[in-house]
Design a protein around this ligand. Sequence first.
Ligand SMILES: NC(=O)C1=CN([C@@H]2O[C@H](COP(=O)(O)OP(=O)(O)OC[C@H]3O[C@@H](n4cnc5c(N)ncnc54)[C@H](OP(=O)(O)O)[C@@H]3O)[C@@H](O)[C@H]2O)C=CC1
Ligand SMILES: N[C@@H](CCC(=O)OP(=O)(O)O)C(=O)O
Length: 434
Amino acid sequence: MIANASRTERADAHDIGDVAAYMTTLGQAARAAATQMRRASTSDKNRALLAMADHLARRRDEVLAANAADLVRGRETGLDTALLDRLALDEARFDAMIEGLHQVAGLPDPVGEIDGLRSRPSGIQVGQMRVPLGVIGIVYESRPNVTLEAASLCLKSGNACILRGGSEARDANAAIATCIREGLLEAGLPGAAVQVVATTDRAAVGHLISMPEYVDVIIPRGGKSLIERISREARVPVIKHLDGVCHVYVDATADFDKALAIAVNAKTQRYGTCNTMETLLLDAPVADTLLPKLAAAYAEHGVALRGCERTQAILGGIAAATEEDWHAEYLAPILAIRVVDGIEAAIEHIERYGSHHTDAIVTEHYGLARRFMAEVDSSSVMVNASTRFADGFEYGLGAEIGISTDKLHARGPVGLEGLTTRKYIVLGDGQVRQ
Ligand SMILES: NC(=O)C1=CN([C@@H]2O[C@H](COP(=O)(O)OP(=O)(O)OC[C@H]3O[C@@H](n4cnc5c(N)ncnc54)[C@H](OP(=O)(O)O)[C@@H]3O)[C@@H](O)[C@H]2O)C=CC1
Ligand SMILES: N[C@@H](CCC(=O)OP(=O)(O)O)C(=O)O
């Protein structure tokens, strides 16, 4: 991701004094709220979600004005276009936030579901009940709509949460936090069930990830700097939602129309998301025919190409891809292209440079499709489909907190179930063990 000079360890206008003491207070309140949330009824949770939607609608001008202030600051500090776009709330995005709350209210509540209840020879019945994780800390990018999405999913799954959004979104996040709190209180739920960290001092992140007594799990959504800090300092279990260096590999047997459609969509449908393709791998036999067509399509979209020597020889006039490019998550209209000799080389490239997020093969060869699915070690592996499909809504989860690049607990798009766990329940009638 493009570095930004404004992102440092710092205090700011929302200085809350002693950060450690402040975070402890949030942690204690969250722990207490989690106890109440665990027993909250589905109807109370839904009432809170709908009340939040009403308060958001009522405070529309206030939230949009706060977002406008964030955008002014963002432009002054030189935020790039992609980050400004993610930060911006317009009328349509605002409506989508309200609609999102209604949608989450309409989702089935996973809490309390009992699976696999079976009788044992001893006479007891053993099953598993789905329950909330407890307190979830989420560190995420400067997108105010994510504040609401994270809050609503944590709430519906019966968790308390502490949300630490990107610093550039601080004013909108504070305004949205007010609506969330009003909704919770109106439904008789604890205001501390959703707390938005009111400082952009990154020291707060350091505390959040090292308070296992108050926080059960951390979900970090972000890039390299966040990854490094979490790996170094986290004392709380983590479900990483990290960068996407996603690939599309076009095999020699691919249907050209499918290859073109997928390669263009995976790069251009949205540039700034983690499931956007960053490197295109082409099997050598199709490179001569396909590359000029692809180059023309990318030119129409204004995508700058960087290629390996073989790609440069076919296309001419494009920049050379360096070692850095194969590792890059551009989140921008830039694409690295490499010509490879077969699936073995493609899988090797993905293993070496990818981030285990989402990778796709375009092929008409059943055996190669199966090999790619078995051997590529990513949270989503796709055959003849765009990487942009890696998304909770698209997968039918109803909603998404993000895309886990971890292997444990939840992998790939994470919905309500991913924010819960299952515990064993045992039903007896006075049985004792012999
Ligand atoms: N897998 C997934 O579901 C998702 C992944 N992403 C990934 O996120 C990245 C883009 O978002 P971007 O905003 O650039 O990400 P950043 O990593 O820059 O920021 C994300 C959050 O992490 C915080 N942060 C970053 N570094 C540190 C640090 N050293 N110490 C404490 N806090 C830190 C930021 O705080 P601050 O405001 O202070 O910078 C911000 O709140 C991409 O790599 C994208 O793929 C994004 C969304 C979902
Ligand atoms: N699942 C989402 C992408 C995940 C996400 O939220 O990423 P980002 O837009 O980078 O914050 C989508 O397909 O649009």
